[in-house]
Design a protein around this ligand. Structure first.
Ligand SMILES: [Zn+2]
Length: 492
């Protein structure tokens, strides 16, 4: 089925956020390319406390030169990468270069304690990726290396004082650098990230990537494809990415982030595999596509829409993982159903099959205190289904969950930002005029709150019949059930 069209979709010919700077020398100070018109699309404000020029040699090694503004005497990279940082030298302004000493996991940088200092060092990134093999730190993915900036920017250990760091990356002629970090507001060809976001900085990748820039419903989505055999073409991957973005944009009123990276890595088998999102200070989705996966599998896939849904809600504290995972689990089938990618019956069938996993069992202490798989994904999804139904009931159908979520997004609560959960729910509740999210969180957060799912399905008119779903339009909440799968073009 053809997806419903939401907003214009334009395929741009050139890459926007991916870096490819085949010059041989380190960047001099770039021109001050201030761009006022789209500054809201770009990285954080605040003082720049570190600037890094990074050169990738095309094989697996980075050479980094940096200037830091009074950063304290201890510098670190992501755990485990310190073993692959070589030849660190440090100097204060006007002084000689001295060797930077390692101290356990960290590096001592006495010259940086009192004032501005300069650093230079090498990172054997491919060796680190091969040894560590963790997407959140460093991972060798065939010819490309995935490693967030926290793994190769040697940065002050203390990161709670505010400020941001800026980096530029040069590659060889035949390689690219792509990242989910938001581009600098002020400088063309640079990326800025708040120090406080660095530890959860988005996936970033070096290597011979094929890159497409897709513009979809207010979002610039960079599609980076790693080398490797696939049964589908790059055009198929671009269509799939755009359709997924359009489904999410339809639900939320626009694509959640102004910029995001989707990194596709070929893998074994015939499935769409592991999908992960990493979003501090930007947004990046890593997704594996099986070498034998046919085009049909892309269209049946739920993983990419699930991951893109994550981009639409703020990063919240660990104990509220259910609020992020439950949201992606609940919204994904309905976003696809609204876009015409999934049948309405199948959207409800998935929920009817899955939600029993989310019910509290013996010893449950509420969603905030029971971090099991079932309670996190399906308990969270149950929370949002109850919220959606209740908001529609209390507002006589004027608003649903999506209007609360759109308001959170409009207030800046996207996945690049860290919020308190109740602040997000407050914004959502104010938009619908009914305090459903806060009330439900109080009821379900710290106590089991059992739900009679059979009664809920009867009220909604969702009827299981021999492995399929049929609908009972005489059920008391049938109108609410229909509204949940009906696109609402009103905006927020
Ligand atoms: Zn998820």
């Amino acid at each position: 089925m053809k997806p419903a069209s939401v907003g214009a979709s334009v395929l741009l010919a050139s890459a926007l956020a991916c870096g490819h700077t085949p010059t041989r020398t380190a960047s001099p100070s770039p021109p001050d390319a201030r761009r006022g018109s789209d500054s809201s699309r770009r990285g954080p404000a605040g003082p720049v406390v570190g600037e890094y020029a990074v050169r990738y040699d095309g094989q697996g090694e980075l050479r980094v030169e940096a200037t830091l503004d009074r950063s304290g005497r201890v510098l670190t990279v992501e755990r485990g990468v310190e073993d692959f940082v070589d030849d660190l030298e440090i100097k204060a302004d006007g002084a000689e270069w001295t060797r930077g000493e390692r101290d356990g996991r960290s590096f001592l940088a006495a010259p940086c304690e009192l004032g501005p200092c300069s650093l230079r060092y090498r990172v054997r990134l491919r060796a680190a990726a091969r040894a560590i093999g963790d997407l959140d730190v460093a991972s060798e993915e065939g010819e490309v290396i995935e490693a967030p900036p926290s793994s190769w920017l040697l940065a002050p250990e203390r990161r709670d004082g505010g400020g941001r760091v800026r980096f530029r990356v040069e590659t060889t002629e035949s390689t690219r650098f792509c990242t989910g970090v938001l581009r600098s507001r002020e400088i063309e060809g640079a990326w800025d990230i708040a120090l406080g976001d660095l530890w959860t900085s988005p996936y970033s990748v070096f290597g011979p990537l094929r890159v497409r820039a897709l513009e979809e419903s207010g979002g610039a989505v960079e599609l980076a494809i790693a080398p490797g055999a696939l049964a589908v073409s790059d055009d198929d991957l671009a269509d799939w990415t755009r359709d997924s973005a359009r489904a999410v944009a339809g639900y939320f009123g626009r694509f959640p982030l102004a910029e995001a990276l989707v990194l596709v890595v070929p893998s074994r088998g015939r499935w769409i595999g592991e999908g992960k999102t990493l979003s501090g200070g930007g947004g990046a989705i890593f997704i594996r596509v099986g070498e034998h996966a046919p085009k049909k599998k892309l269209h049946e896939d739920w993983v990419l829409v699930h991951e893109m849904t994550h981009l639409a809600f703020p990063t919240v504290a660990r104990e509220h993982d259910w609020a992020e995972e439950g949201l992606a689990t609940y919204v994904e089938p309905f976003a696809r159903a609204r876009a015409g990618i999934l049948s309405i019956e199948d959207a409800w069938l998935g929920l009817a099959d899955g939600l029993p996993n989310g019910l509290p069992t013996a010893g449950d202490r509420g969603l905030d205190r029971t971090p099991t798989w079932g309670r996190t994904y399906w308990g969270g999804a149950l929370f949002y289904l109850l919220a959606d139904v209740e908001i529609r009931k209390r507002t006589q159908g004027r608003f649903g969950l999506e209007h609360a979520l759109r308001a959170i997004l409009t207030a800046g609560g996207d996945n690049a930002h860290r919020w308190a959960l109740d602040d997000a729910f407050d914004v959502g509740d104010r938009a619908t005029g009914v305090p459903v999210l806060r009330e439900l969180h109080r009821a379900m957060g710290t106590s089991p709150h059992p739900v009679d799912l059979d009664a809920l399905w009867r009220e909604l008119g969702v009827v299981r019949a021999s492995g399929a779903i049929r609908f009972d339009d005489a059920a008391p909440l049938a109108a609410i059930r229909r509204a949940i799968t009906t696109p609402d073009p009103r905006g927020r």
